[in-house]
Design a binder for this molecule. Structure first.
Ligand SMILES: [Zn+2]
Length: 124
């Protein structure tokens, strides 16, 4: 799978076993966010194999992580200062990139899930 300008495909591999079935469209969306916001984005978690997903507390639940359609990331501004989840989503919201996807704002990171018919940005 190819890298994009700002992302190595490898960054999306399973944190537990390095397996990687991340869908290209997820990487493309992350690249689009960078292109539109100029933020620096760090992937902290993405594809999960079944074992890792279970370890993360999703034993019997299907989710987008095991399909390669979700990732957790955090962001830094131009000066390299890390932003909170809320600061990050405020900037991304203004860019309009994520309107159709599910976004969960955590204190220090954002969880992005794509590939379902999400109606709008979801804030938790
Ligand atoms: Zn794994």
């Amino acid at each position: 799978m190819k890298d994009t300008k700002d992302f190595k495909y490898k960054s999306f591999q399973c944190n537990h076993c390095q397996a990687n079935q991340t869908k290209p469209e997820l990487v493309d969306i992350m690249q689009e966010i960078v292109d539109k916001t100029k933020l620096t984005l760090y992937i902290v978690g993405a594809f999960r194999c079944k074992v890792h997903n279970k370890n993360m507390g999703f034993e019997n639940k299907e989710n987008q992580y095991i399909k390669g359609l979700a990732c957790d990331f955090r962001a830094a501004d131009k000066d390299g200062s890390l932003l909170t989840g809320q600061e990050t989503i405020d900037i991304i919201d203004a860019s309009g990139v994520l309107d159709d996807y599910k976004v969960t704002i955590h204190n220090t990171f954002i969880a992005l899930e794509i590939g379902r018919d999400y109606e709008r940005l979801s804030k938790v």
